[in-house]
Ligand binder design. Structure first.
Ligand code: ADP
Length: 473
């Protein structure tokens, strides 16, 4: 028996591939989660800093308000250096490195450089005064040319704060915070997160490794059991086939012996003996032999175990062999066989023995499933691109439309059949094994035509007429 299941021939290993896939997936998921978490940590720190800076800014604004009430001009305010001290005290824990306070018009009220007090934002920054509604915080990397960068500060948190009207004239504050302590904290947290994820990944990896190995071991064990069962089944199947074919062979020998005896009786019994009885016996023997042949052939064809020897075969030879075989059977039911002799050049590519058995089944069916005196016609024609079409036509009762789609199925037989339902199943398998196909046309009351389509042999030349042969019967 052919084994079409490669997975049992080649042991299937899930372990390395599955482990690789699971680990790749875990690493991907861990990376995404880590990235989201570290973004959240950064955002959290910035938000925290924003709140603290806002408090600082409000305190500075109140102080500016108070000082402005006590002094005549802004310049005077800064000369007191009062606010510098304030800024030193309050801003240090936050890492404030630069503060500017503007009024509504964008005029500088307070800055670390007293020379710039009273100048407009647009003059200082070269841009229009921004219309800020809400506090904005952004992490900035200063260019090396920036004067703070020259003091060793590279990363700043740049905070823009609009102040509520009660702080007027101070309306707007710009603060730079040294971002290094914040970045150091974030870096530290990221490292901790990474460590935690690595540990988690290693743990999950180890678990995956353990479970895939277990699964692999279980599957391998089951595979081995299956393999053993399969081999046992193969042995049993081979044994069954051998038994069946030797049994069929023995039964056929016995049937042949009985057939010989019947023939001897038909020749030696007196004339007045009832010949019908002998013919019935003979017909039953032929049917039993064909059933046995079909049964064995079908199982071997299904398992692709029957050698198919394709060779150029003149259709005329096929017909004359069938004609010789059919002669005694036809006489039993007074049926007639008409053969349209094909041109000798018409050849098919076929296995002579298999094709002969297909012909036997079709002719036997045409006799068996029809009333006495049925006319059977055997024709062949060149069907161009479709190869050669060989037809077996009878003038019987035809096949009902309900039966027609199923007659080639194994064990399917019509309501009135005493057969096995194997004949046409064998015909289909055999013709297909030779690279052809078989079709049927039938209508109740109008006879039945089976057509065998086979490849034309290369040595066969298309064309040529047909001439009818004498009726046999
Ligand atoms: P079986 O002849 O053993 O019943 P087959 O497989 O040879 O099985 O045929 C299947 C069925 O097809 C038959 O039972 C019969 O009903 C129908 N059949 C086959 N050939 C003919 C025919 N020439 N005329 C009418 N019916 C047929």
């Amino acid at each position: 028996m052919k084994n079409d299941n490669p997975s049992l021939n080649t042991p299937f290993r899930i372990y390395p591939a599955l482990l690789l896939w699971i680990l790749t997936g875990l690493i991907g998921i861990a990376f995404v989660v880590w990235w989201i978490l570290q973004q959240a940590v950064t955002a959290f720190h910035i938000e925290h800093t924003k709140k603290e800076t806002l408090l600082l800014a409000e305190t500075i604004a109140i102080e500016i308000q108070r000082v402005l009430q006590d002094h005549a001009s802004a310049t005077e305010v800064w000369e007191t250096k009062h606010l510098f001290t304030l800024y030193e005290e309050m801003g240090k824990p936050l890492g404030v490195v630069w503060i500017q306070v503007y009024d509504d018009q964008g005029r500088l009220l307070f800055g670390l450089d007293p020379n710039q007090i009273g100048r407009m934002y647009s003059e200082l920054e070269g841009e229009p005064f921004p219309a800020l509604q809400q506090a904005q915080v952004q992490l900035e990397r200063l260019p090396p040319s920036h004067f703070l960068a020259q003091r060793g500060i590279r990363d700043v948190l740049e905070v823009y704060l609009p102040l509520p009207p009660r702080f007027r004239p101070a309306a707007w504050i710009e603060v730079y915070l040294d971002a290094e302590p914040l970045l150091a904290r974030i870096r530290h947290l990221r490292q901790q997160l990474l460590g935690a994820f690595l540990a988690l990944g290693l743990g999950l990896g180890a678990l995956t490794w353990f479970f895939t190995r277990r699964a692999d071991a279980i599957i391998t064990a089951q595979q081995q059991t299956l393999q053993k069962t399969l081999e046992k089944l193969k042995r049993l199947e081979a044994h069954r086939r051998m038994m069946t074919s030797s049994l069929a062979h023995d039964i056929k020998n016995h049937l042949a012996a009985v057939q010989g005896t019947l023939e001897w009786f038909s020749q030696h019994l007196p004339e007045e003996t009832d010949q019908d009885l002998l013919e019935n016996g003979s017909r039953a023997l032929i049917q039993a032999t064909m059933m046995l042949d079909n049964l064995v052939a079908i199982s071997r064809l299904e398992e692709e175990d029957l050698p198919v020897n394709l060779q150029p075969l003149p259709v005329v030879d096929f017909f004359s062999r069938l004609e010789a075989w059919a002669k005694p059977i036809l006489s039993m039911k007074k049926a007639s066989l008409e053969i349209e002799e094909p041109p000798s050049s018409l050849q098919v590519l076929a296995d002579a023995h298999l094709l002969f058995r297909v012909g036997q089944n079709l002719i036997y069916n045409a006799i068996k499933h029809t009333p006495p005196e049925t006319r059977i016609r055997l024709t062949a024609r060149d069907a161009g691109s479709q190869g050669v079409a060989i037809q077996v036509q009878d003038s019987g009762p035809g096949i009902s439309p309900e039966d027609l789609p199923r007659i080639f199925d194994k064990f399917y037989k019509g309501a009135h059949s005493h057969g096995s339902g194997l004949g046409l199943a064998f015909c289909r398998l055999a013709v297909e094994a030779m690279g052809g196909r078989i079709t049927v046309q039938s209508q109740p009351g109008q006879g039945t035509t089976f057509t065998i389509w086979l490849p034309r042999s290369q040595s066969s030349s298309p064309g040529g007429g047909t001439k009818p042969s004498p009726e046999v019967g």
